[in-house]
Design a protein around this ligand. Structure first.
Ligand SMILES: [Cu+2]
Length: 149
């Protein structure tokens, strides 16, 4: 059917699709592969867990370090921060990220949203113990946090 005979409804549907494409194109804080990755985060390096490049096909080595061992050290809580470093084909400005979603195996801490390139997820743990977790998108990705007293 030639474009000039598209019905009014078809034209409206096409316009809506175009507007949705524009609205979804920006950095929304969700998955942001390609050139819209975040710059590498700073600070907090002592409690970071990096999601490694190529993590989607890995198991325990999808996370580094793994296990992550921290200590309350007399305090009431310790924070843990994941960084999605799974960016391939260049640095954060040129590479493409794979989204990951961190989930506690036993609902011990809040899940992340889908993390884009260099996006972070920070939790606070208040009790000693082992905290197994995985990626809900790639369940082969498994890790453990050990909190010592
Ligand atoms: Cu994943």
């Amino acid at each position: 059917m030639p474009a000039h005979v598209l019905s009014g409804a078809s034209r409206r549907a096409t316009l809506i699709v175009l507007l949705l494409a524009i609205a979804c194109g920006g950095d929304s804080g969700g998955p942001n592969p390609g050139p819209n990755n975040n710059p590498p985060p700073t600070g907090n390096t002592g409690t970071d867990i990096n999601i490694t490049e190529g993590a989607s096909t890995r198991t325990t080595n999808a996370f580094s370090p793994n296990p992550k061992v921290v200590s309350l050290a007399g305090g009431s809580s310790v924070s843990i921060r994941w960084i999605n470093g799974d960016i391939t084909g260049g640095d954060y400005q040129q590479g493409t990220a794979t989204a990951h979603n961190i989930v506690s195996d036993n609902a011990a801490f809040p899940s992340s949203s889908n993390l884009g390139g260099n996006a972070t997820h920070t939790i606070s743990l208040t009790a000693a113990g082992n905290y197994p977790y995985h990626c809900s998108i790639h369940p082969n990705m498994v890790g453990t946090i050990t909190v010592n007293p």
